[in-house]
Ligand binder design. Structure first.
Ligand SMILES: O=P(O)(O)OC[C@H]1O[C@H](OP(=O)(O)OP(=O)(O)O)[C@H](O)[C@@H]1O
Ligand SMILES: Nc1ncnc2[nH]cnc12
Length: 177
């Protein structure tokens, strides 16, 4: 079964009109989870895309980022919702498909010039990924690439990020459905 068929859609969650693409049905299937990690890892190994660290977005980006850090042999840096990191942080506000939010990263998480693969489960408006990229860049890091399981191109995030010059890799997408 392909990756996309393992993702469940729940209409009107968390708000009316949102088609929620739920990856829990993909992750609970060990074959599905392994396929996700193997395919993303292979993409980066085969294309020779270089990066030093993986940055994951809380919360669903941690599931993907932790596993990819292991397979690709890179360190993992968390970007968290406010008030969760114990050290000195920088923050960035952003818009969601269903609200606004803020994320934080430790100011000493990255050395200047560190190349980063930013990962999250899903790309919708691109607000979360853009906020993550801004945090990385504020401390002198460089976004080499961004990886997602699901892209929702109708919402506009892919275009927004590509227009800013970011490179993306997405395993599957839901378009016009
Ligand atoms: O491209 P965007 O419009 O920014 O949307 C994508 C983000 O939305 C979801 O996270 P959410 O904020 O719901 O938090 P969670 O991971 O803690 O569930 C998803 O996991 C991405 O992080
Ligand atoms: N439609 C959607 N499904 C799942 N997660 C999301 N995050 C933002 N939009 C989403």
């Amino acid at each position: 079964m392909p990756i996309k068929s393992r993702i469940r859609t729940i209409p009107d969650y968390p708000k009316k009109g949102i088609m929620f693409r739920d990856i829990t049905t993909l992750l609970k299937d060990p074959v599905g989870f392994r396929l996700v990690i193997d395919q993303i890892s292979q993409h980066y190994l085969e294309h020779g895309i270089n990066f030093d660290m993986i940055v994951g977005m809380e919360a669903r980006g941690f599931i993907l980022g932790g596993a990819l850090s292991y397979t690709l042999g890179k360190g993992f840096i968390p970007i968290r919702k406010p008030g969760k990191l114990p050290g000195e942080v920088i923050d960035q506000e952003y818009q969601l498909e269903y609200g606004t939010d803020k994320v934080e990263m430790h100011t000493d998480a990255l050395e200047k010039g560190t190349r980063v693969l930013l990962v999250d489960d899903l790309l919708a408006t691109g607000g979360t990924a853009m906020a993550g990229a801004q945090l990385v860049e504020k401390v002198g890091g460089i976004i080499s690439d961004m990886a997602f399981i699901v892209n929702l191109p109708d919402i506009g995030g892919q275009k927004k990020l590509e227009d800013k010059g970011y490179k993306l890799f997405c395993l599957t997408e839901f378009e016009g459905e």
